[in-house]
Ligand binder design. Structure first.
Ligand code: FAD
Ligand code: UDP
Length: 381
């Protein structure tokens, strides 16, 4: 018997496995997919690396997380830039002063910029909701314009509901920039793994104390009964770190937790580059939300050809074996999640960690920080 069982080999599971192994614990990692890396996993098409579960760009404010991941592979400096197709033009997203200059007349652009600077500091980031509700008529009109062109339809596509039903923390992930900063993220540390994410995960899980079993659904091995956990029929007394969806663990007993999924369409093109930046967002006319061109992320400029990805949002249905990509954050869904959480609390050895298990909109760095912090708490118990 191992000392610890980890379910899922994404960042949450792999970081946990590593920390326990560093403390001389024998760790068994069960992963239902046939690969490690969770949603960060990469494959290659005609020699070009791409992210099978959607584009993953690493960014963090946390020095702890930055230092931790640097311990498991080489990373290069990479700042992500995104354009959006607005009124037929490609403009920086987050919407910034350059976007204003491209889309408005010179006179109007000057008026909007100077009015923005009267209210906000240069280089600050503002919520679209604040602009839309501004006391200043020019800013309100500008806010309405950006809301309508950038947020309204993209959000309707992505979440299949009116923007008013979407948690503002989701919308506020993309601010409006007061100035010319055209980076998608403003975190202090922004980077990509030099040899890809797969290698980072191989290094994280590289230990004589870690056994990884792929293609194993933990549900087939673990039973949860009356506050006790059984592994292949025998009572298991160690910690179980669970990083999958919590409703699945308890057989959807209280009903399925709502998620959004994606239909990801990858295409190899026999051309050097398809578009002028790593990602172009299509908020309005198209059915997809964005196109990613992976050569920009992996810096494989020397490669012939290019791989692009179009993301088509989908309603998630667990019975159709879809992938739960985005938790839908609202009071009703959080109340349902809490029912499962109460169920999980009956098993003191069970630790829930990660984007799925905690039903949160975590970025990679947040998941890593969460695993590091939770591990400390477990050790302190
Ligand atoms: P996952 O990576 O989902 O890993 C969970 C693992 O558990 C999976 O491998 C799954 O197969 C396994 N599992 C589940 N149930 C079982 C079971 N019963 N038995 C065995 N195994 C099981 N973050 C960023 O920081 N930057 C980005 O640019 C970014 N882009 C994203 C783009 C998309 C389209 C999406 C959906 C997410 C993006 N994220 C990004 C978020 C990032 O993917 C997550 O924060 C991170 O991968 C979560 O790690 P995790 O370990 O919690 O979950
Ligand atoms: N969003 C938008 N228009 C854009 C980009 C983002 O309306 O051009 C909104 C949309 O609701 C989206 C949210 O902001 O779901 C967060 O965007 P982000 O790019 O952070 O999403 P992710 O990369 O996690 O899919």
């Amino acid at each position: 018997m191992p000392d610890v069982i980890v379910v899922g080999a994404g960042f949450a599971g792999s970081v946990m496995a590593r920390l326990f192994a560093d403390d001389q614990k024998r760790v068994l990692v069960l992963e239902k997919r046939n690969h490690i890396g969770g949603n960060c996993y990469e494959e290659k098409m005609n020699g070009i690396r791409y992210h099978l579960y959607g584009p993953h760009i690493f960014h963090t404010k946390s020095e702890l997380v930055k230092d931790f991941v640097r311990g498991y592979g080489d990373w290069y400096f990479y700042e992500h830039r995104v354009l959006g197709k607005i009124d037929g033009r490609l403009v920086p997203i987050p919407f910034n002063f350059q976007s204003i200059e491209i889309l408005f007349s010179k006179e109007k652009a000057e008026e909007i910029k100077s009015r923005l600077l009267a209210y906000y500091e240069m280089d600050s980031k503002v919520s679209i909701m604040d602009l839309k509700n501004s006391e200043d008529a020019v800013l309100r009109e500008f806010g309405e314009y950006v809301f309508d062109r950038v947020f309204l339809h993209y959000t309707a596509k992505q979440w299949n509901t009116d923007i008013s039903n979407v948690d503002t923390s989701v919308i506020n992930r993309v601010p409006v920039v007061i100035g010319y900063d055209d980076r998608y993220f403003s975190d202090a540390y922004q980077m990509m793994p030099k040899n890809g994410y797969n290698q980072i995960f191989e290094n994280l899980l590289q230990s004589p104390l870690i056994t990884v079993q792929l293609g194993v659904d933990a549900k087939e091995r673990l039973q949860f009964r009356n506050g006790k956990i059984y592994y292949q029929g025998k009572e298991f007394l160690g910690h179980v770190i669970y990083t999958g969806a919590l409703d699945a663990l308890f057989d959807y007993h209280y009903g399925a937790l709502p998620y959004r999924s994606l239909d990801l369409k990858f295409t190899y093109l026999d051309m050097n580059y398809y578009q002028p930046s790593a990602v172009v967002n299509y908020p309005n006319e198209e059915d997809f939300t964005r196109i990613t061109e992976f050569k920009y992320l992996s810096r494989e400029h020397f490669q012939k050809g290019t791989v692009i990805l179009k993301e088509y949002p989908l309603t998630y249905d667990y019975q159709k074996k879809m992938i739960p990509y985005y938790a839908i954050l609202n009071d009703q869904n959080l109340a349902l999640y809490q029912k499962y959480e109460q169920e999980a609390k009956k098993y003191p050895q069970l630790i829930l960690c990660g984007r799925l298990a905690e039903y949160k909109y975590y970025d990679m760095d947040a998941v890593i920080l969460r695993a590091l912090t939770m591990y400390e708490q477990i050790e302190g118990m």
